[in-house]
Unconditional design. Structure first.
Ligand code: FMN
Length: 139
């Protein structure tokens, strides 16, 4: 059985909800999944993980300079090398995720070769497009 780990940073609950919906996608495909807030992250959780989804709410000046906020960048700096794990990003936002994914990738430079999926949602709900993208991610 494959294993997925979903680590999210949420301030007001939208990204938490999104993380849980992403988790349901894995569950119904018989992939074991652990959905965890970054505050509870422990390196041991990465053992035997095949798929890692890293999520953070979009922080910026609404139309410009979107980036993960400090709690997430601190968390990212604590992550070990993730080589061998398939990694994807997700975010929730109000207007525009803009440079969010690019800046998340920047924080993980050297720890991942690339990220293989980007999922975004305005309201924390998992869309049909998200489902198609994630199906490709796990194939
Ligand atoms: C300080 C602050 C900055 C934000 N900046 C942006 C932004 O630049 N672009 C955007 O689309 N949404 C922005 N938002 C909206 C949040 O990304 C959005 O409400 C998100 O879903 C909150 O997630 P959460 O409920 O998991 O905390 C911002 C919100 C806050 C509080």
């Amino acid at each position: 059985m494959k294993n997925a780990l979903i680590l999210y940073n949420s301030k007001t609950g939208t990204t938490k909800n999104y993380a849980e919906e992403i988790g349901r996608f894995f569950k119904i495909r018989d992939i074991a999944v652990n959905v965890v807030p970054i505050e509870d992250y422990d390196e041991k959780m990465l053992e035997n993980v095949d798929y890692l989804l890293l999520g953070c709410w979009t922080s910026g000046l609404m139309l410009f300079f979107q980036q993960p906020e400090k709690n997430w960048t601190n968390f990212a700096s604590r992550l070990p090398s993730l080589h061998g794990i398939k990694v994807g990003f997700f975010t929730t936002y109000s207007f525009l995720p803009g440079s969010m994914f690019r800046n998340m990738a920047k924080q993980l430079k050297g720890k991942i070769e690339k990220h293989s999926v980007e999922l975004k949602s305005k309201d924390g709900h998992f869309s049909w497009d998200n489902s198609v993208a994630l199906a490709q991610f796990i194939s």
